[in-house]
Ligand binder design. Structure first.
Ligand SMILES: Cc1cc2nc3c(=O)[nH]c(=O)nc-3n(C[C@H](O)[C@H](O)[C@H](O)COP(=O)(O)OP(=O)(O)OC[C@H]3O[C@@H](n4cnc5c(N)ncnc54)[C@H](O)[C@@H]3O)c2cc1C
Length: 487
């Protein structure tokens, strides 16, 4: 495959400011942002603590299990059986779509492929656009702070990480940049609930961050705390992987329609050994798990599928950007991207949740790149602060819980499209992709076990798909009719 050089801006645009920019993290967000930054003419260095790019999609069989509260050493929380929840058609960046590669060994052409296919897509993306030239692997950022308030430059300290042992060098390297783009991800730092008796529990307990395969749960009774995407997927993985029984403990009343969705009803009906319970009231030393409704079971293991905290241990902004106590919110961030007082030198990519990515990161990266070059202007600091406050108040008034502070796709999908239209200056999202998105959300809610293998695309989606795949209409119909479902 040929390497496309997109790093040289046309001569007529040479008046743009060219900045020296550090990107923290080479996951989807960092890689996508790096390409946009370089396209705009900036000199980019991406620092990545792991031995390869990919972030969450760089599957790591190692775990941080043992003590769920122990410091995180393994970044990826992917489990072996992960298959996408998002259709590949809606994910890719605008000029490098996530197309299926039929007949290529090792590739997974399904609409909802396994995690490795996403990793391969990211590797292809790096290859296609020469991204690796910008990436410094095995380099962990340990401190980001303002180097000079007057000239608004940023000091970045990093250490080398031994690829074999994971040990970090003691010696730190210090460099100064005009701007830092933070893209360190937010699915690594476990969020643990507070449950009475957690400290007394002597049997296995872990966070879903450390779940990989069902093998070690064979014949066991497992309690999953939480009822989100991870809990649902791990429950199915365990039940099909011969756990004796799986007990989902929801933190809202089980009669709530948010919990008792058609998909949940079907899962419970399909698997006699899968049970839904109320919130846990107490854990006991002997392995008893007592639920709020007075029932109890004996369990061998508890897996906390309770989400993740935002964490930026390297960031020293003197409080100008902070994570709230619960780890749900980082801010203040204008459009979840720029901390008003430190913009544009400091920015964040990938803080938002429930998005189609890296598609969305393309818009975010482009916006940051253009603000840094002076092509686009940010509003004055006070105006950005007012907007952040207003956004927060609007969500409070709408009854959106704090835990969804950065969830834009799940709370209001149109916000995602609005962001794209406002900041990317790229063509609008195609209608057939919007329709496919709505259909997938509907299907997931209807049947979690089958939604990936349905053959129910509408005519307009099939038509869009045909153009997308660059296929004849017969081929496109064949694809849409389930060829995706066969590896
Ligand atoms: C189990 C699971 C299933 C998922 N399923 C889907 C799905 O179906 N569809 C979907 O769109 N998304 C899914 N996601 C979300 C997924 O995380 C995002 O798609 C995407 O990976 C986020 O990219 P990111 O670059 O923001 O973060 P990450 O992928 O986490 O990348 C961050 C990178 O920063 C690096 N880093 C962190 N700290 C430092 C440091 N101090 N110095 C240097 N480097 C650092 C990390 O090593 C990592 O490479 C899933 C996530 C999980 C955990």
């Amino acid at each position: 495959m040929e390497t496309v050089s997109d790093d040289v801006p046309p001569a007529t645009e040479s008046k743009r400011e060219k900045k020296k920019v550090c990107v923290v993290g080479a996951g989807m967000a960092g890689l996508t942002a790096a390409r946009e930054l370089r396209r705009e003419g900036h000199a980019v260095t991406v620092m990545e603590q792991s031995g390869d790019v990919g972030g969450q999609w760089l599957y790591d069989p190692r775990t941080d299990a043992g003590d769920p509260a122990a410091p995180v050493r393994v970044h990826s929380s992917m489990y072996a059986s992960v298959r996408l929840l998002s259709p590949r058609e809606c994910m890719g960046v605008s000029d490098f779509q996530f197309l299926p590669k039929h007949g290529v060994p090792g590739r997974d052409p399904r609409r909802f492929p396994g995690h490795r296919e996403v990793f391969f897509y990211l590797k292809d993306f790096c290859h296609e656009f020469g991204i690796m030239e910008m990436v410094r692997l095995n380099t962990k950022v340990v401190r980001v702070a303002m180097a000079s308030e007057v000239a608004a430059r940023w000091q970045v300290r990093s250490v080398r990480v031994d690829p074999e042992s994971g040990e970090e060098d003691e010696e730190e390297e210090e460099e100064v940049f005009d701007a830092v783009v933070v893209a360190n991800g937010h699915y690594s730092q476990p969020r643990l609930p507070t449950i009475t008796g957690m400290g007394e529990w002597r049997r296995r307990q872990m966070h879903s961050h450390s779940y990989r395969v069902p093998d070690t749960f064979r014949g066991q009774a497992v309690v999953l705390v939480g009822s989100g995407d991870s809990a649902m997927d791990i429950a199915l993985d365990l039940i099909c992987g011969s756990a004796k029984s799986v007990h989902i403990s929801a933190n809202t009343p089980v009669v709530d329609e948010k919990i008792m969705t058609p998909a949940m009803r079907k899962m419970l009906a399909n698997h006699a050994d899968l049970h839904l319970h109320q919130q846990i009231h107490r854990l006991h030393e002997d392995g008893t798990v007592a639920f709020a409704d007075g029932t109890s079971i004996m369990a061998d293991c508890i897996i906390y599928c309770t989400g993740y905290r935002y964490s930026f241990p390297f960031l020293d902004t003197g409080g100008a950007v902070a994570v709230d106590e619960d780890g749900w919110r980082v801010g203040p961030l204008f459009e979840h991207t720029f901390p008003p007082a430190l913009a544009p030198g400091l920015s964040f990519v990938g803080v938002q949740k429930k998005l189609f990515v890296p598609w969305f990161f393309e818009a975010q990266g482009r916006w940051i790149a253009r603000v840094l070059s002076g092509r686009t202007k940010l509003p004055p600091v006070e105006e950005m602060m007012t907007a952040v406050e207003q956004y927060r108040r609007d969500r409070e008034v709408a009854g959106v819980p704090a835990k969804y502070a950065h969830d834009i796709g799940g709370v209001n999908p149109s916000e995602t499209y609005e962001f794209w239209d406002k900041y990317s200056e790229l063509p609008r999202r195609e209608e057939w992709k919007r329709e496919l998105t709505r259909a997938v959300l509907r299907d997931i809610n209807d049947d979690r076990e089958t939604f990936r293998d349905l053959d129910n695309d509408s005519d307009s989606v099939r038509e869009g798909l045909q153009t997308w795949l660059g296929l004849s209409s017969d081929d496109a119909l064949h694809q849409a009719a389930g060829a995706y479902a066969q590896v």
